[in-house]
Design a protein around this ligand. Structure first.
Ligand code: HEC
Ligand code: HEC
Ligand code: HEC
Ligand code: HEC
Ligand code: HEC
Ligand code: HEC
Ligand code: HEC
Ligand code: HEC
Length: 258
């Protein structure tokens, strides 16, 4: 193909090109024409010296102020706490996760106060029940998990093993046990009202505990004429709610007098 042929092909190509593409290519030409002379202004001088980035970025980063100390240095002065933490469930948590950046503190402990998250709001950041958390990760619903008290009254933040609980009836009847724990009947053992065969713990549906059968059972403590009872709140045997059993009106695990 000779030169005139090529030129005429280009010309026909140009005439067939849509208007908007022509305008765009014009803009592109102007952009490149401006960029080439300004290139040295737009691209930092040390770009590409030691790779595809600004060489001076290294120095700038190195000059940044250090906020975090890392946890090895804490051992110098708080070895007891580091030991405790390493043995417990929180062994995977760094100190500064909870106490915040501590570089200034590690340098001069007297001058810099650290954050110490003692309030109830903090621990649920990780432990509040969320369906998306992995199964088995210890979670609680803070509204019902021992509300009113800060978490650290029962859990040591550096070794948070849950306190021992009497795992008896509570192991399976947790809701009832928790209800009773905040009721007037808190000091009455379950077995006082439910005679429970040993086998119930192994085969609960086959071997059932007893349940109070009649009004007189509650009356042993609550009738006005009950001898030997130290209970102060008494009711008349024959008139108080006489036609019903007591637990039709009073929930036995959380009795209320309303
Ligand atoms: C050079 C020794 C030293 C190092 C290193 C050090 N600490 Fe301390 N830290 C202290 C001293 C001393 C106190 C008590 C300061 C006070 O009572 O004012 C203290 C107190 C604390 C407190 C309690 C603050 C409060 O208000 O009750 C926390 C939390 C703490 N340090 C965390 C850390 C962490 C985390 C590290 C590691 C990044 C660390 N410390 C490194 C000496 C040190
Ligand atoms: C899960 C969060 C958490 C982690 C992780 C944690 N702490 Fe604490 N730390 C606390 C809380 C909450 C308190 C307040 C305890 C209190 O008042 O009884 C505390 C208290 C302290 C105190 C004050 C002295 C004391 O015993 O009351 C020091 C010192 C301390 N932490 C250092 C550390 C060090 C060092 C590490 C890392 C090995 C660390 N903490 C890891 C939450 C944490
Ligand atoms: C950054 C997230 C984080 C924070 C904040 C945190 N924890 Fe934990 N906690 C964990 C991890 C991770 C474990 C270990 C889970 C495992 O072993 O499967 C754990 C374990 C526990 C356990 C052990 C449960 C068990 O029996 O398995 C308790 C209790 C606990 N944390 C209480 C607390 C308390 C109280 C606080 C507040 C001082 C707190 N946690 C703050 C992450 C966190
Ligand atoms: C009155 C004491 C008390 C307080 C306050 C308390 N807990 Fe507990 N916590 C317990 C006991 C007891 C257990 C173990 C028995 C159980 O499972 O209920 C436990 C268990 C846990 C577990 C393990 C649950 C599991 O499934 O393994 C986590 C996590 C936990 N608590 C976190 C917290 C957090 C976070 C707070 C504060 C919002 C808190 N606790 C406040 C007593 C307490
Ligand atoms: C191994 C788990 C487990 C343990 C431990 C356990 N229970 Fe049960 N309990 C059950 C099951 C399951 C049922 C049957 C619930 C149902 O049928 O709806 C039940 C039923 C009961 C009932 C109702 C019986 C009825 O006929 O309605 C009472 C009362 C009772 N348990 C009391 C107790 C007492 C008191 C203790 C402690 C001494 C205890 N349980 C320990 C699992 C257990
Ligand atoms: C003051 C006596 C009393 C005490 C203490 C008591 N219960 Fe009950 N419980 C009753 C009565 C009465 C019923 C029957 C309620 C009914 O039939 O409506 C009952 C019913 C039950 C039932 C049957 C299901 C239900 O909720 O009605 C279970 C399970 C149970 N109790 C478990 C327990 C456990 C576990 C404890 C200890 C944490 C306990 N009870 C303590 C009096 C008591
Ligand atoms: C028909 C419903 C009903 C029945 C059945 C019933 N109660 Fe009550 N009970 C009440 C009401 C309502 C109150 C609060 C008002 C009052 O003192 O009469 C109350 C109050 C009480 C009080 C508190 C008294 C005080 O001095 O504050 C006790 C204790 C009590 N009942 C025990 C029992 C016992 C035990 C039985 C079974 C022998 C029983 N009740 C049966 C409805 C009932
Ligand atoms: C072992 C003794 C005992 C038995 C059995 C007993 N109670 Fe009680 N009850 C108490 C004590 C203790 C209180 C706390 C108030 C007091 O000291 O007078 C109380 C309080 C109450 C109250 C008042 C709650 C309030 O809000 O003021 C009611 C209602 C009640 N019991 C109902 C019952 C019922 C229903 C039963 C039978 C299922 C029952 N009690 C069995 C010892 C007992």
């Amino acid at each position: 193909m000779n030169l005139p042929d090529q030129l005429s092909r280009l010309k026909s190509l140009w005439t067939r090109t849509p208007e908007q593409t022509k305008r765009l290519s014009l803009l592109l030409v102007i952009f490149v024409a401006l960029f080439l002379p300004l290139r040295s202004l737009l691209i930092p001088a040390d770009f590409g010296e030691i790779g595809h980035y600004r060489a001076s970025a290294l120095e700038e980063n190195a000059e940044q102020h250090i906020h975090y100390a890392g946890q090895t240095i804490c051992f110098d002065c708080h070895d007891d706490i580091v030991h405790t933490r390493n043995q417990g469930y929180h062994r995977g948590l760094s100190c500064e996760m909870c106490h915040g950046p501590a570089a200034a503190h590690a340098e001069d402990p007297g001058m810099s106060q650290l954050r110490v998250p003692r309030d109830r709001g903090y621990c649920p950041l990780c432990h509040e029940y969320l369906a998306s958390r992995p199964t088995g990760f210890p979670q609680i619903v803070s509204a019902s998990h021992n509300p009113l008290k800060p978490c650290i009254t029962c859990h040591n933040p550096h070794d948070p093993v849950p306190p021992e609980t009497p795992r008896d009836c509570e192991a399976c009847h947790a809701a009832i046990a928790r209800t009773k724990a905040i009721s007037h009947h808190v000091y009455i053992p379950c077995a006082r009202c439910h005679e429970t065969p040993e086998e119930h713990r192994v085969n609960p549906r086959m071997f059932r505990p007893s349940k109070p059968m009649n009004r007189d059972f509650c009356g042993e403590c609550h009738y006005t004429d009950a001898a030997g009872s130290e209970v102060t709140q008494r009711v008349e045997r024959d008139t108080h709610g006489a036609r019903y059993v007591c637990w039709q009106c009073h929930y036995p695990h959380l009795p209320e007098a309303k």
